[in-house]
Design a protein around this ligand. Structure first.
Ligand code: KG4
Ligand code: ZN
Length: 339
């Protein structure tokens, strides 16, 4: 019997809704990105993000139902992100979901955004390199996004052991800040990746924060090192510099992520490494992981790396199956952790 969940995601600057059947089959996946709008500010402008969610949410949810060829009566539950994220943005999705649950009588399932990034690997993607839910626990998960860098051992559904995380900037945040510094464009990750294609990673020597003996990360020193090298130019900066710096910076981030994930694979012997979050869309990272790691490295189509609601419906499905239901007192939790 099919169990269909409507997922709703508004934790940052994407208004997203999706219908997923059985936690695996994506019937629709609608994402309204505000990225072009926030580009003029070089980063997400929180107050405007929440206003734009208000403008888009009804239409995005309707589109998700239409694209899935179903109506509200065909749904079994509504899964919604309640944290972590921007407070104003989270409130829009959560309140919309509560209103819809009240009006339809559908149960409401609370979803942690980070768990959503992880459960994207249970979706049927049809893409090469994707697990599509064919996984045996334990698995190691690296969640690398604009807000988080988390290395987590997953022992079973919902059973997590956090090995480490960033002590300062998230990996995606470092990409965004460096892109802004070098005026490469927004969002920073894809802009740095494109610039790096024409550069040489060895042309500029940048530091790597190895933090030996831990599974923690630090990217703020790297960002400062980029700034220092850039400031050395008093006259015009040669065009070549931007490509080389993008390549050197990207390589530095990739080296650290690969080293830490590789050590964790050796120490804990997981059956696979799952790469999630916006930064996992990075081709250099995927390739470096695949050549260095001894277990299968599972990746996602880019649309499922960055924020989307299919992953929220997928995570919600497992919570729904476990009997989890939110009461009307469910509130946003902007600082929510995975464990
Ligand atoms: O998962 P996500 O959409 O949102 C958060 O939950 O934060 O991740 C967005 C982050 C941004 O920092 C963006 O610059 C980064 O992912 N990103 C990338 C790439 N595509 C997106 N970073 C490196 N390479 C990419 N190709
Ligand atoms: Zn995210």
């Amino acid at each position: 019997m099919s169990i269909r969940l409507l997922g709703i995601e508004t934790s940052c600057d994407e208004t997203a809704a999706s219908v997923v059947d059985g936690g695996r089959a994506i019937l629709s996946n609608v994402v309204a990105s505000q990225a072009d709008f926030h580009a003029q500010y070089g980063g997400v402008y929180p107050e405007l993000a929440s206003r734009m969610h208000v403008e888009s949410i009804t239409l995005v949810v309707e589109q998700a139902l239409v694209a899935a060829h179903i109506g509200w009566d065909d749904l079994d539950a509504i899964a919604v992100t309640y944290g972590p994220g921007l407070p104003g943005s989270l409130l829009v999705g959560l309140n919309y979901a509560k209103g819809a649950a009240l009006a339809t009588g559908l149960p409401l399932v609370p979803v942690n955004h980070l768990e959503g990034h992880l459960y994207a690997h249970w979706l049927d993607t049809g893409a090469e390199g994707s697990a599509s839910g064919n996984l045996r626990f334990p698995v190691l998960a690296l969640i690398v996004s604009g807000g988080h860098t988390e290395l987590v051992l997953v022992h079973d559904h919902g059973k997590y052991e956090r090995l480490g995380g960033t002590l300062d900037d998230a990996a995606g945040e470092a990409f965004d800040k460096v892109a802004r510094l070098l005026k490469l464009g927004y969002p920073g990750g894809p802009a740095v990746e494109t610039a790096a294609e024409k550069g040489s990673p060895k042309a500029i020597d940048l530091p790597r924060a190895w933090l030996p003996g831990t599974y923690d990360f630090s990217f703020s020193g790297l960002k400062t090192a980029v700034l220092r090298v850039h400031q050395k130019y008093t006259g015009p900066v040669p065009q070549r510099f931007y490509a080389d710096m993008a390549a050197a910076f990207q390589q530095s981030v990739v080296d650290v992520l690969v080293e830490k994930a590789g050590s964790a694979v050796k120490e804990f012997g997981p059956n696979a490494l799952l790469l999630s979050g916006g930064v996992s869309a990075n081709t250099a990272l995927r390739e470096a992981m695949r050549s260095a790691i001894s277990v299968p490295v599972c990746t996602l189509p880019k649309v499922l790396c960055t924020d989307n609601a299919a992953m929220i419906a997928a995570a919600g499905f497992f919570r729904y199956q476990a009997g989890e239901r939110a009461g009307w007192d469910l509130d946003i939790d902007p600082g929510l952790q995975l464990i």
